[in-house]
Design a protein around this ligand. Sequence first.
Ligand code: SF4
Length: 347
Amino acid sequence: MSDVNAEISAVDHITNDQALLQIKDLHVWYELKRFGFGHAGYVRAVDNVRFVLEQGEAIACVGESGCGKSSLMKTILGLNIPTKGDVIFDNTSLSQTKGEDLRRYRSKIGYIQQDPFGALPPFMNVQSILEEPMIINGIKDKQERRRRIEKILEEVKLTPIEQVLPKFPHMLSGGQQQRVVIARAMIMEPKLLVADEPVSMLDASVRVEILRLLRKLQEEHHLAVLYITHDLSTVRYFSEYIFVMYAGQIVEFARMEDLLDNPKHPYTLALLEASSDPNADNALVQREIPKGEPPSLVNPPKGCRFHPRCPYMMEGICDVLEPPNIEVTPKHLVACWLYDEEKGHAI
Ligand code: SF4
């Protein structure tokens, strides 16, 4: 994905300096050590990823387990240091930041975890859970803490407030727990929300409500949102843009409707085939799912990383050369040789 950032910036008429979040040539590699023998290679969890996100914009990151989306997310949250490249958030370079500045960087990003019960400390009540980030971040005024708690509980619709505040996580339903997690993520009035599979552990009946709540908060607070999921059926509710990751790299980037209605990359097609279909008439339809597993990120395949599983693989091209990033239609980028004018034959 050599020129993703440059092309996306050109498409959207934004410069890197204007975007709230800039992911620049980001590499996140984990060193492997063999006991007694030292260095034994790297796990290339994120490999040259580039994109930008503006204030007030929502973007979805989609991919299966092990594609690198969690490492990307942790790095944006300031929990990983980039191996190479950088994350620029609100004019702060993550690779140059540490100590008190790193705490300030993290305080401007709200994090919504996948498992609300696991994310909430069982020995703290809702009041303590919501006060803790403010105490850590130096908000000493009790009235100000109370004002923020009341405001956000109203917004996430956890009322009556006096009844909610003394409750412990086990006294709340799954949907209420996730509302507390969202309230905690919002309590420091962040500029960016990172939502990691925020509805995957919830009952189907509350998923849409939680997604609508997130969308409402995003619009009312003009928040940037990175929505991470493996489930393409939920992204339509949420984002203006979407990108698909495979084996540590972005393989397709487009506006939401464009990617869902007109997917180009064979891996995106496979993901869409595998996603649930609400039409009962299609319940028994056999689906074309690519064989095999995602590759090892220690020794990823040469050329296109999807080539061992791709039904359109072109020998001598896909297994040798890394595909460039090709703009197939305005605002729609795909890393696949099929769309190369000389080598490919678009599907
Ligand atoms: Fe398939 Fe080749 Fe495109 Fe990779 S570059 S997705 S192997 S056609």
